[in-house]
Design a protein around this ligand. Structure first.
Ligand SMILES: Cc1ncc(COP(=O)(O)O)c(C=O)c1O
Length: 409
């Protein structure tokens, strides 16, 4: 049984403004439900003030709501609120981590990533590796006989790849280009054996599957609010308390200090140590509301619904002789982020014609240029589903793709 989607779409005002919108770009950014908009507006209209500083009631309310949001986010991933740092998003979190751990790294050490990383989990490490004289290693995708690539990581080799010189293992839980769910448990277990720091980029996972950091047992995890029905410009860095305590701060300034003299400063406790300056207060409160929105729907329903839509998408693509899926062909080990190509039509041409029918998809390299190069592709068309999509949306996508093929026949 599909979720009652009429009701679900009604929760998102954008679909009332644009009743014919077929939004299939949730991997890029999800739409925002009314409850999140209300929470953000509530802050601006009813209790806007800075946090942690004012002794007046408005500031007290703002502080209380901001800290409640931290608790809500913490509970969502089974972490304590002390382990939740608000950031501006996944990119901020990864840069903070790369900068924060660098003093513990030595020339000759190595950092292990995967072949499917978003640039946000690649470039910060490239910078640190160059600065420190370290090696970057990549967990490769399995080879597959027919197409050459399996679109899955080959973990049989990680015993060799992650060795005594590995200090950081940082990987995406779900590929934003292929939709593959990576074998986090195996990677983390191997990294733990040799004492490397483990970092999970959960940007593409948070809205689609339950995550328990206690079970995952990673040291750090990062994600973005705007990919999980929350506001833009807010994200989270989760870290085990002792790991956060050992990390250097990234931003220096107000609200992150214990004491300051003209010559020196000491830092506040975690998580404040990482939240220098006035944070995105409304964003954090909105993210708390987004978490409550996901929880009130429930991951059982979300996964069931999105799997059905993904299967429909994959089956229909498979029924088009000229279509090629760039990713796993089954519902297992993947989410509803589906990359594909149509004949030799350039992805941008596909997207432009889809746009005329108000069908929104993403095209290009999806911020994974090295992966595209490895696959020998200029880019892909990527359709990605969210909680509000319906079977009708998938039908409209394929009606529009038929028009693309008619133009380029
Ligand atoms: C896997 C992955 N990591 C990192 C990012 C960067 O996220 P943000 O732009 O919200 O910082 C994205 C965004 O698409 C992503 O998909």
């Amino acid at each position: 049984m599909l979720l009652n989607l009429k009701e679900c779409k009604i929760c998102f005002p954008i679909f009332q403004k644009h009743p014919n919108l077929v939004y299939l770009d949730s991997a890029s950014s999800t739409q925002t439900p009314q409850t999140v908009l209300d929470a953000v507006n509530d802050y601006y209209i009813n209790y806007r003030a800075n946090i942690h500083r004012g002794l007046y009631d408005l500031s007290g309310t703002a502080t209380q709501k901001y800290e409640e949001a931290r608790k809500t986010v913490g509970k969502f991933i089974s972490a304590s609120s002390k382990e939740i740092v608000f950031t501006s998003g996944t990119t901020h979190g990864l840069n903070l981590l790369a900068s924060g751990v660098q003093n513990t790294l030595q020339p000759g050490d190595n950092i292990v990533l995967t072949e499917m990383e978003h640039h946000a989990n690649l470039i910060p490490w490239q910078k640190i590796a160059k600065k420190k004289g370290m090696e970057l290693r990549f967990i490769p995708m399995n080879r597959e006989q027919r197409t050459g690539n399996s679109y899955e990581l080959g973990v049989s080799d990680i015993e060799n790849l992650i060795d005594e010189k590995t200090k950081i293992v940082s990987f995406t839980l779900v590929s934003n280009t292929l939709g593959t769910i990576n074998p986090a448990e195996e990677i983390i277990a191997r990294a733990k054996k040799i004492g490397a720091i483990t970092i999970v980029d959960a940007a593409q996972a948070m809205a689609h599957m339950p995550i328990d950091v206690k079970i995952l047992d990673c040291d750090f995890m990062v994600f973005s609010g705007h990919k999980m029905y929350g506001p833009t410009g807010i994200g989270v860095l989760y870290g085990k308390k002792e790991r956060l305590e050992a990390l250097e701060p990234f931003f220096y300034g107000g609200d992150m200090v214990r004491s300051v003299s003209y010559e020196d400063a000491t830092w506040a406790d975690v998580p404040e140590k990482f939240e220098g300056g006035t944070p995105n207060i409304a964003g954090a409160i909105g993210l708390g509301a987004a978490v409550e929105f996901i929880q009130s729907t429930g991951f059982d329903k979300i996964q069931n619904h999105e799997t059905q839509l993904t299967n429909k998408l994959i089956n229909q693509l498979n029924s088009i002789p000229d279509a090629r899926i760039i990713g796993l062909n089954s519902e297992e080990k993947r989410i509803g982020v589906v990359s594909f190509l149509l004949k030799d039509i350039h992805p941008h041409d596909v997207a432009e014609i889809l746009n005329r029918d108000q069908v929104c998809v993403r095209t290009g390299h999806h911020c994974t240029m090295p992966l595209m190069k490895k696959l020998g592709l200029p880019g892909t068309v990527r359709a990605s589903v969210g909680i509000y999509n319906t079977e009708d949306d998938i039908d409209k996508l394929f009606a529009s793709l038929a028009r693309v093929m008619a133009v380029f026949k």
